[in-house]
Design a protein around this ligand. Sequence first.
Ligand code: S3P
Length: 169
Amino acid sequence: MKPAANLVLVGPMGAGKTTLGHALAERLGLHLHDLDRAVELAAGASVADLFAREGEAGFRTREKAKLAELLAGDGALVATGGGAVLDADNRRILRARGFVVYLPVDVATQLARLAGDHTRPLLARPDREQVLQDLAALRTPLYREVADLVFDTTGLAAEDAAAQLADRL
Ligand code: S3P
């Protein structure tokens, strides 16, 4: 791992960033900082409410400030939201301050995992599959740009994925 880095999970919605993050936290004896939850705590409002009140731009401003705060020190374990890589400053800070693990996922898996989820405003529409495909087309190059490691968790339980990933750090 890069010296003095934070360990950061990136990838699309439904990639398992939070689930793997918790398993990794347990294994490594670290606290997981979930970026969405940290934004929600600081704002006193849910991601969905922030999108509704302030638009996506308002949420992104809060997300950017919180990411910078979480990566200001060393040794943090951070699970980001799927759109955190959209901002160029975020990508710079991720590269500079993080050992970044990209969790790829296919759209069919995302759809299955996110079925019935009403917390993600970008998926609050009937054409979820198309939305996820469009997001993937735009964002996959950005995940790759910041990634130090691409880690495919397909078929792995969270604890096994955490064990395998820990071995590769
Ligand atoms: C988003 C992903 C979500 C959350 C917000 C926007 C995105 O996080 O930040 O709904 O733009 O992909 P998860 O990736 O944890 O679902």
